[in-house]
Design a protein around this ligand. Structure first.
Ligand SMILES: CC(C)(COP(=O)(O)OP(=O)(O)OC[C@H]1O[C@@H](n2cnc3c(N)ncnc32)[C@H](O)[C@@H]1OP(=O)(O)O)[C@@H](O)C(=O)NCCC(=O)NCCS
Length: 193
């Protein structure tokens, strides 16, 4: 273990084609360069008048990262992985457990740079964190949500065994949008091999 005080920095996951390692502050500028325009950020994030759209998104990347580390507790935690191939940072895979000790449920979020999509890597990186969640962390359920027209995200989830868990109507760019919720049980994950 190289990080005596924050051992989460040592977590590394491998898939057949990707490496996931926990992000550190040194990765945040690269992640800010990579985040695609269609990766949603919290709509209530601060917007800085002096920054252009890309700089603002990068600032939110930094703030989200710091917030997740600063509020980390064993009961409610968030892990933030960079997705690498041959040393290049291609995307992000998050995994979080809110009130995890009681609920044993994890949620996830992710993005890949547009040029490297459609190769099954979105599925691989999600499978990596699911293996962590259902393996050593002992999760019972994994949940995820995406807008009804986000076919790649919903496709990756469904291919991994998630099933429909309801739809909610939420505000989307000032309109009503349909958010599709999906859930994967430990039993289904284990049976999938
Ligand atoms: C979500 C994201 C990470 C998925 O990565 P990806 O590389 O596009 O997806 P994959 O190639 O791993 O595809 C996963 C599965 O979904 C299927 N899929 C992908 N696009 C699809 C589409 N438009 N319609 C139906 N199925 C689709 C694929 O066929 C694949 O299944 P298979 O391997 O069995 O063929 C990526 O699209 C992304 O970064 N999107 C923008 C950010 C985002 O929306 N994040 C999620 C927010 S909830």
């Amino acid at each position: 273990m190289s990080n005596r005080y924050w051992p989460m920095f040592d977590i590394q996951l491998s898939t057949p084609e990707l490496e996931l390692r926990h992000l550190t502050e040194a990765d945040l500028a690269s992640l800010s360069n990579v985040i695609p325009d269609d990766a949603e950020q919290n709509p209530s994030s601060t917007t800085y008048a002096g920054l252009d759209a890309r700089q603002n998104r990068g600032a939110v990347v930094h703030q989200d990262y710091w917030r997740a580390r600063g509020s980390w507790r064993p009961e409610s935690w968030a892990l933030s992985f960079g997705v690498f191939r041959d040393g290049d940072l291609l995307g992000y895979q998050g995994l979080e457990g809110d009130d995890f000790v009681k609920l044993r449920t994890v949620d996830s979020s992710s993005f890949l740079a547009a040029p490297v999509r459609g190769r099954g890597w979105g599925k691989q990186m999600r499978a990596a964190v699911l293996a962590l969640a259902f393996g050593p962390l002992g999760a019972r359920f994994a949940i995820t949500s995406a807008w009804s027209d986000n076919h790649a995200s919903l496709g990756a989830s469904r291919r991994l065994g998630y099933v429909d868990n309801g739809i909610t109507v939420q505000q989307r760019d000032g309109q009503a949008g349909e958010m599709v919720h999906l859930r994967l049980s430990r039993e289904t994950w284990m049976a999938s091999g």
